[in-house]
Design a protein around this ligand. Structure first.
Ligand code: PMP
Length: 385
């Protein structure tokens, strides 16, 4: 069959395969980034105007664009409604940006580790991915500067607030320094912020794009982590030089985002209860984070090191004695527990063994300790063999 050359780069998604295996009800899954089912708001379709079933504008529903622009301005992002494009989940931003920027061999800059599905889509389009090591407060600035001196990447893709998978949140200083460097070298930033609102300590810093003065940028967010991932509603905000291209790429992809989902998202975002819902979500996830911290301290204290996440959905564990954590998946599944191996989050997986990403939002606290105990016994078992 004469497929496009791109198809040769199409890798199966390890995370999708793991999630499929984790469908059995007895399996305790620490693998996905799923919100807790009990925290999903209930949909009330009865109020929905029939017109929402009609074709809509490619840009998205005007009232939703307005609400998103207003929220972005409150974070210090200089933008108007006309710079907001509603997309089918922020994953679509990554796809549209890839189509806009990437040809075979185009260089792009990423954090090491970075979001697996972003890495996959950039590689699918043929990008040459250059990574920058992460520290506990953001990227290693010397490494970033060196990369920018020697290369001219089409863009840098960063997740500065509760990064997936590492849970790192960039400090004020690093946000300023990254913005200044990207401006200096005139490199476009794609800033991906699905977890900004899932914060436990109220200490979030302004987005990096709000600190930039020269280079172009795309800021992207989603309702997937705070409302319903099943709505498939996300957004991007882009500088005016990029927006018209992204809009046309959106039109060729799917004409417009699901209007029913947009309508429902707007009902919630504009409701009086929204802030109470967010506060409840934070409290709920913070308790689950604490439960996992307790279980890890009990069962993993001699096996791994980690930082306590101040938001987001994940713990990122580094084994004291590195091994390829992909080899732990089978024995873990045999014990009805599943997690996300760290290797696929790196551009060079073989060079980075020994990390595990554990989601703390999904498994109920009364089963969590047992799940972590089983996982620890799988790791111990691997050292004995
Ligand atoms: N970016 C990051 C960093 C994510 O973690 C996720 C979801 N796991 C996405 C984008 C995609 O989210 P959405 O559901 O909006 O497509």
């Amino acid at each position: 069959m004469a497929f496009s050359e791109r198809v040769d780069r199409l890798k199966s998604s390890l995370i999708r395969e793991i999630l499929a295996a984790a469908q059995r009800p007895e399996v305790m899954s620490f693998a996905g980034g799923l919100p807790a089912e009990s925290m999903l708001p209930k949909v009330d379709w009865d109020q929905m105007p029939a017109s929402m079933g009609q074709y809509g504008m490619s840009e998205g529903e005007p009232a939703l664009r307005e609400a998103i622009a207003a929220e972005a301005r409150s974070l210090g992002i200089d933008c108007s409604d006309s710079q907001v494009l509603i997309v089918s989940g922020s994953q679509q931003t990554l796809d549209l940006a890839s189509k806009l920027f990437i040809d075979r061999g185009t260089e792009v800059l990423l954090e090491a580790p970075t979001y697996l599905a972003a890495l996959q889509v950039f590689q699918l389009f043929g990008a040459d991915c250059l990574s920058i090591p992460q520290e506990s407060d953001g990227p290693l600035l010397d490494a970033l500067r060196q990369r920018l001196e020697k290369h001219h990447p089409a863009f840098a893709y960063l997740i500065p607030t509760f990064q997936n998978p590492s849970a790192v949140r960039y400090s004020e200083e690093k946000r300023d320094a990254v913005a200044a460097l990207l401006d200096e070298y005139n490199v476009t930033l794609i800033e991906d912020e699905p977890y900004r609102e899932l914060v436990f300590d109220d200490e979030n810093a302004r987005p990096i794009v709000s600190r930039m003065h020269k280079a172009s940028w795309i800021y992207t967010g989603t309702v997937s982590k705070t409302l319903l991932p099943g709505l498939r509603v996300g957004y991007l905000i882009a500088t005016p030089d990029l927006f018209p291209y992204l809009l046309r790429l959106k039109q060729s992809a799917d004409l417009h985002t699901n209007r029913i989902g947009q309508w429902q998202a707007l009902q919630w975002l504009g409701s009086e209860q929204y802030h109470a819902h967010l506060a409840e979500l934070r409290r709920f996830y913070c308790l689950r984070r604490d439960a996992m911290q307790d279980a890890l301290t009990k069962h993993f204290f001699d096996l791994a090191d980690w930082q306590l996440p101040q938001g987001g959905l994940f713990f990122w564990l580094r084994l004291k004695r590195p091994l390829d954590t992909r080899t732990l998946l089978k024995p873990a599944l045999a014990r009805d527990v599943v997690f996300m191996p760290g290797e696929p989050f790196f551009v060079d997986p073989e060079q980075n063994p020994g990390y595990l990403r554990l989601n703390f939002s999904h498994v109920a606290p009364d089963r969590l300790d047992e799940g972590i105990r089983l996982l620890a016994s799988v790791v111990r078992g691997a050292y004995v063999v």
